[in-house]
Design a protein around this ligand. Structure first.
Ligand code: ADP
Length: 173
């Protein structure tokens, strides 16, 4: 499974994959961070499509087209705001990864790239988040589904290291 997971450092809006995942908020109407970068790069048609969706609860995901992006689709998921760990944040973050992968697989997509959901403005501790991200993707890839490539697109070296550590902890399976 680990051979289908890759860590790259850089701007997710540049990736030529079937879908990039957006760390959105519940309104789906755009925001700062990676959300703002994706909307800027995709153009205003993305926001127009998002407006038709009526928002998205935390832990769920929605799919749109990619418009001016190299990516064919955007999967918008809403990560939890970190509140100390006692409010179901870990389960909700895992649900974001599972739901996004489920949407990708259900739409026949083969390649998907994730940012480090919730680790920016939403303050989820980055190492914990990386463990959940890598562990949840790994478990999903064990199932019978068509996804061939999952990229963890990390913004900054510390995020790369957190994901590498999590991947190494899987033991190469
Ligand atoms: P959240 O509200 O879910 O915390 P943020 O956008 O604030 O979302 O941050 C999520 C992660 O995305 C952070 O690790 C941040 O550094 C990273 N990030 C910000 N811009 C980009 C980008 N253009 N490409 C990839 N990752 C990005």
């Amino acid at each position: 499974m680990a051979d289908r997971m890759t860590i790259v450092e850089g701007d997710i809006t540049r990736l030529d994959v079937d879908a990039i995942v957006n760390a959105a908020n519940e309104s789906l109407l755009g925001g700062g961070g990676v959300d703002g970068a994706i909307h800027r790069a995709a153009g205003s048609e993305l926001q127009a499509e998002c407006k038709t969706l009526g928002g998205c609860p935390t832990g769920e995901a929605r799919i749109t087209r990619g418009y001016a992006l190299a990516a064919r689709h955007v999967i918008h998921t809403v990560g939890p705001i970190w509140q100390g760990g006692g409010s179901g944040e870990e389960d909700l973050l895992a649900a974001c990864y599972r739901e996004s992968l489920g949407l990708a697989a259900g739409n026949g997509l083969k390649s998907i790239a994730f940012p480090a959901i919730s680790t920016g403005v939403y303050r989820f501790p980055p190492e914990r988040a990386a463990g959940i991200a890598v562990g949840t993707v790994h478990a999903f890839l064990h199932g019978d589904q068509p996804i061939e490539s999952v990229i963890f697109c990390c913004f900054g070296e510390a995020s790369v290291q957190a994901h590498e550590k999590a991947l190494a902890a899987l033991g190469g399976d």
